[in-house]
Design a protein around this ligand. Structure first.
Ligand code: HGY
Ligand code: MN
Ligand code: MN
Ligand code: MN
Length: 384
């Protein structure tokens, strides 16, 4: 069994659901177990483990935050029933890669908290706090579906911006590709598409499903359904990506016309103009339809992220040391995207043969994951 397969087998069962997907929400039992695994891996390598006051975990070879350190790593948390590679692959690969780098190199490994935003609703929460892009008070007040706040889950007020980030020489996050463009085992990221989430509240009038005449209804589900179709059509027309997910219906009964339907539009596009046009069009059409349905629509932009263009010389340097590895964009958000505004940052992608991600079917071959470890070791050695 390869060293990758052996280490992978240690974490594979943690947080796996009957669906074969993972329920690894930030600071819940499975993710806390993965943090214990992280600490154990660090201690077998005599690495110092620190937590930055925001829930981000770090393992350091040498002094924590020592000037000139190269930082790698990713996240443990998953979307509901997500795949096992999205996030953890970057952390498992980091521990295996550091074993292949000269011992005198200053390298750190990070496990960022709440990257998916699957529990508290803000993606890359940990890296946003670390870089000062998220207000600690606001973060502490974010609540999950059970009303537990991030501050309670963390057990303290998040610290916010960490000045020592300025000491970090470079960041390299390894991640499974969440698409099907990569035809070689390893690639290098050029950019992250602009993307964001828009909360859409469709307000109507709750009423009896059986006795209310169709002409008297103000059914928000109708406006919602129209909006889902409009988003899909706009995306197809403009080559963008649009999804409406995480739908909440109140009251959620078979025999009651809902009073409120809440859903999140996740929209992404290769450029900001296309993204803006898509969102504007969808909101315009949905608002028009609401007028016809006698409902109202309130749209709240959340965690809208501008395009991330990774450091070009760094990406080209990585591609060169990896024997001309392809350089390609991604539509997925990453902690590396948040950090790239503060430290020279790069990403390595490991081939995803089906391109499927955020699904139990997400998979990468052991051979490609091993190639990813070798590539990460090469890059960490080169940069440090
Ligand atoms: O949703 C994303 O873009 C990433 O997988 N967090
Ligand atoms: Mn993800
Ligand atoms: Mn991820
Ligand atoms: Mn990420």
């Amino acid at each position: 069994m390869s060293s990758f397969a052996k280490l992978w087998a240690e974490i594979a069962p943690i947080g796996r659901a009957g669906s074969g997907g993972y329920l690894r929400f930030a600071l819940t039992e499975p993710e806390l177990t993965l943090r214990d695994w992280f600490r154990a891996q660090a201690s077998t390598r005599d690495m110092t483990v620190t937590e930055d006051g925001n829930g981000n975990l770090f393992a350091w070879r040498g002094e924590p935050w020592a000037p000139g350190t190269v930082l790698t790593g990713s996240h443990f948390d998953s979307v509901p029933h997500g795949g096992g590679y999205d996030g953890p692959l970057g952390i498992v690969s980091a521990f295996l890669a550091i074993d292949k780098t000269p011992h005198d190199r200053k390298i750190g490994i990070a496990a960022f908290v709440e990257e998916e935003g699957g529990r508290f609703g803000v993606p890359c929460l940990g890296s946003r706090l670390l870089t000062g892009a998220m207000d600690p008070e606001k973060a502490a007040a974010l609540t999950d579906r059970d009303g537990i706040s991030f501050g309670e889950a963390l057990g303290k007020q998040p610290k916010g911006q960490i000045a020592e980030l300025a000491n970090i020489k470079a960041v390299v996050e390894l991640h499974i590709e969440q698409g099907i463009a990569l035809q070689t085992p390893v690639g290098v990221a050029s950019a992250i598409w602009p993307h964001g989430r828009w909360r859409m509240d469709f307000q109507g009038v709750g009423d009896h499903a059986g006795t209310t005449r169709m002409t008297d209804r103000r059914d928000p589900m109708l406006t919602f359904a129209f909006t889902v179709l409009a988003a899909n059509k706009e995306a197809r027309l403009s080559g963008a990506h649009a999804t409406v997910g995480r739908v909440q219906v109140e009251p959620n009964a078979t025999n009651a016309i809902p009073s409120l339907v809440r859903g999140w539009l996740d929209a992404r596009a290769a450029d900001t103009a296309t993204l803006d046009k898509l969102v504007d069009e969808v909101v315009r059409k949905a608002t028009e339809r609401a007028g016809r349905d006698g409902t109202t629509l309130a749209v709240t932009p959340e965690s809208v992220t501008a395009e991330v263009a990774f450091d070009v010389p760094l990406a080209e340097r990585l591609s060169r040391v990896l024997g001309d590895a392809p350089i390609l964009p991604t539509g997925a958000g990453h902690d590396a995207g948040v950090l790239s505004g503060h430290v020279p940052t790069a990403m390595l992608f490991v081939r995803n043969p089906t391109g499927v991600s955020h699904s139990p079917a997400e998979h990468a071959s052991d051979a490609d994951c091993e190639a990813g470890v070798e590539a990460l070791a090469t890059v960490l050695t080169d940069l440090s």
